[in-house]
Design a protein around this ligand. Structure first.
Ligand code: CA
Ligand code: CA
Ligand code: CA
Length: 261
């Protein structure tokens, strides 16, 4: 779906509880936990935290509203993920991720947006995009000069300084070969997948999720990668091609049911 398709305001009639419930299920849950710890405890529990009964609604209005400013900010390139009008293979239905990264260490968050491609390969140039923050509410596409042009089925991205040089690096999972980019510290990146031991030649893997994590606390970031179903799009059955490729009698793409893990 194109980035910044609509300018309509969204979430204009929500209260604080709805916002927290939605936030805790999404990526800003940590923010909510930090800012409103007592309310967060009502919704979830963790080690050392006792469950507490839900408090009455405060009745306070939630006055925040959000506007889609993608086009005005320069985030203009569409995110491609399969055909526009039909989805023949499950791979086309998943979409892909995005990350904030201050790649040039100027103190302003830049944006890295993944993209998939199309099965027919006829759409030229779908690529991940790096947008540099211009510090005035706009961004500039610097993908080419950063060395990050790549067409493929990107799925998820994580940002971290894996080599502790002070510059944030990028790891991307793909349907196919995952990629590790080392930040060179001069506005460019180098693909170091092979030298880092992350190459998986001869395998068709679907890397669906990932995160940098220092699991052994040795000061060096490790990688956790999650793989989805075992899929070969060259051998994939067409929609309705098997009993488990139907939903209530309607032919749909095959999977995840019926696909090996
Ligand atoms: Ca920056
Ligand atoms: Ca680094
Ligand atoms: Ca470690």
């Amino acid at each position: 779906m194109p980035v910044g398709l609509s300018r309509r305001p969204i979430y204009t009639k929500i209260d604080r509880r709805y916002f927290l419930q939605r936030s805790l299920g999404m990526g800003v849950g940590t923010l909510a936990l930090r800012s409103l710890p007592s309310m967060a405890q009502e919704a979830m529990s963790s080690r050392g935290i006792k469950a507490a009964p839900r408090k009455p609604r405060s009745g306070k209005p939630f006055l925040a509203s959000f506007m889609d400013v993608g086009p005005q900010a320069g985030l203009v390139h569409p995110v491609i993920c399969g055909d526009v009008d039909r989805k023949r293979v499950i791979l086309e239905t998943i979409g892909c991720g995005v990350a904030f990264i201050d790649y040039d260490n100027d103190g302003w968050q830049d944006i890295f947006i993944l993209s998939g491609t199309r099965l027919d390969g006829e759409t030229p140039g779908p690529t991940n995009r790096l947008y540099k923050n211009n510090r005035d509410g706009t961004f500039t596409d610097v993908t080419q000069q950063a060395g990050l042009m790549r067409t493929g089925w990107a799925c998820s991205v994580t940002v971290g300084d894996y080599n502790n040089d002070g510059y944030e690096d990028i790891f991307i999972t793909y349907y196919g070969q995952n990629v590790l980019y080392r930040n060179n510290g001069d506005g460019t990146f180098t693909d170091v997948t092979v030298s880092a031991g992350l190459s998986t030649p001869g395998k068709i893997l679907w890397g669906a999720g990932c995160t940098f994590v220092d699991y052994d606390r040795d000061g060096h970031l490790d990688l956790f990668v999650y793989h989805y179903v075992n899929l070969n799009i060259n051998d994939a059955l067409p929609p309705g091609g098997a009993l488990n490729c139907k939903f209530r009698g309607v032919s749909v793409h095959c999977g995840p049911r019926g696909l090996p893990l």
